[in-house]
Design a protein around this ligand. Structure first.
Ligand code: UDP
Length: 139
């Protein structure tokens, strides 16, 4: 069943580089409502679990080190067609291939340090949202 929620993280690179406010502004301007949001830092175990699907990929160690090196902003967002529309807003994984005006084209520095996460399916949006938030933190 399609849902109207997605999950995002503003990743450590974008937080370090001072892009949190600009990225939240773009998310707001695109019509997403904030259901839940917090600043937090992933532990090694968190990152290994969250990105478990990539555990056999050559970049896995680097990805876990990157995602744990500083704070992130985690959020659940709501909008019609949230998952697909948010993926459009953030752009391709590799910022060199991301469309003009997308968050990754504007704020990412490399394919690994690419500023934001966006869930790739309704099922993963629910799993990832529940990974970071309890029901009482969602409004
Ligand atoms: N990633 C990486 N190297 C790659 C591909 C991906 O470091 O060659 C990282 C990058 O941070 C990416 C994350 O792993 O956002 C998850 O990869 P995925 O293919 O799921 O891309 P996404 O769904 O985030 O666009």
């Amino acid at each position: 069943m399609a849902t109207n929620r997605t999950f995002t993280m503003i990743k450590p690179d974008a937080v370090e580089n001072g892009h949190t406010g600009a990225i939240l502004e773009k998310i707001n301007a695109a019509g997403f409502r904030i259901v839940a949001m917090k600043k937090t830092q992933m532990t090694q175990r968190d990152a290994e679990t969250f990105y478990g699907v990539h555990s056999e990929r050559p970049f896995f160690g680097e990805l876990v080190a990157f995602m744990t090196r500083g704070p992130i902003i985690a959020a659940i967002l709501e909008k019609d067609n949230a998952v697909e529309d948010f993926r459009t807003l953030i752009g391709a994984t590799n910022p060199a291939e991301a469309a003009e005006g997308t968050i990754r084209q504007l704020y990412a520095t490399s394919i690994g340090e690419n500023a934001v996460h966006g869930s790739d399916s309704d099922e993963n949006a629910a799993i990832e949202g529940a990974f970071h938030f309890s029901g009482r933190e969602m409004f």
